[in-house]
Design a protein around this ligand. Structure first.
Ligand code: ZN
Length: 301
């Protein structure tokens, strides 16, 4: 991390906006940070009007087989987080305890559970859409904790964070029109908060050599747009939101059909809530009392 990023991290810590945990990419959130985050999240929800999304809420863990079905372990094995526990008898438990107290490795005494940490806020939504959608399709929203195994000192690169997600499912034209409309709405929302946003075509961080081909294809088809704003570096702005189309990938995978019986298309948009919050502190300063009047009026109406 360069000096600019280091200064920003020190500012967040000094103002108790984030609270260190000792693990890179894992920190607590202070009261002021959390207040701004929740207020932005409420604004993001209000941006949907006059549409009324169905609100859902999922825990930070998902069915391990869901991760396998969506191909995550092939595309992003380095980012996954699998939950392990202990399945042995009392003798094995004593061995585990002895090793822990002796400071020795004990991972071989643990086994995989049926859950993994959820890496993408929208994944648990798709299986709930199986079957035939009503006319006009469906729009779901959720605020979910997600996990990415990418430990870093850089504050915008977290291992665990929240994403406010909107998922649209329906006929291809409905879904594409929704994504394009939300690209406008989403950009206007952030510009209205004084953030110097730039929109760009993007790709996911697919693993390995095959991954580079997948990323190039995703870029070429313009399947993913990101909203970028300088947070820790002016030259390398941070993605605070993404707008994705999946065509019929999840429709086919989870047997989701539109009202005409065809395989449904899906799209999703997500705001990285901690990143948006950090972008606000980076742009307007560490003291919310000093923020521009119009920005304050939007967040504290
Ligand atoms: Zn998504």
């Amino acid at each position: 991390m360069d000096e600019e990023g280091e200064l920003f991290l020190q500012g967040l810590l000094a103002h108790r906006l984030i609270l260190p945990s000792g693990v890179p990419g894992v920190f607590g959130r202070g009261a002021v940070f959390e207040d701004v985050l929740e207020r932005f999240n409420a604004l993001a929800g209000a941006t949907a009007a006059p549409q009324v999304p169905e609100l859902t809420c999922f825990p930070p863990v998902i069915d391990r087989t869901l991760l396998e079905r969506v191909g995550y372990l092939g595309s992003f094995p380095n980012l996954c987080g699998c939950v392990q526990s202990f399945f042995g008898d009392e003798r094995a438990a004593r061995r585990l305890s002895d090793r822990v107290h002796a400071g020795e490795p004990y991972e071989d005494l643990l086994g995989a559970t049926s859950v993994v940490l959820n890496p993408s806020a929208c994944y648990p939504v798709y299986p709930t859409l199986s079957g035939t959608l009503p006319a006009g399709g469906r729009l779901i929203t959720a605020t979910n904790w997600v996990y990415r195994h990418e430990p870093s000192r850089e504050p915008t690169r977290m291992q665990s964070y929240r994403v406010r997600e909107f998922v649209r499912a329906g006929r291809p034209d409905e879904v594409m029109a929704w994504r394009d409309d939300w690209l406008e709405r989403g950009t206007a929302l952030l510009r209205g908060l004084g953030l110097p946003i730039r929109v760009d075509v993007a790709s996911d961080p697919f693993f390995g050599r095959a991954g580079r081909f997948l990323a190039a294809s995703q870029q070429e088809q313009k399947l993913k747009y990101e909203l970028l704003v300088p947070v820790i570096s002016a030259e390398r702005p941070t993605a605070v939101g993404s707008f994705n189309v999946h065509h019929d990938k999840f429709g086919a995978m989870f047997d989701i059909r539109s009202d005409d019986g065809e395989v449904a298309h899906t799209a999703c948009i997500g705001y990285g809530l901690e990143r948006v919050t950090m972008a606000l502190f980076r742009t307007h300063g560490f003291e919310t009392g000093d923020w521009p009047t119009d920005v304050r009026a939007r967040l504290w109406p």
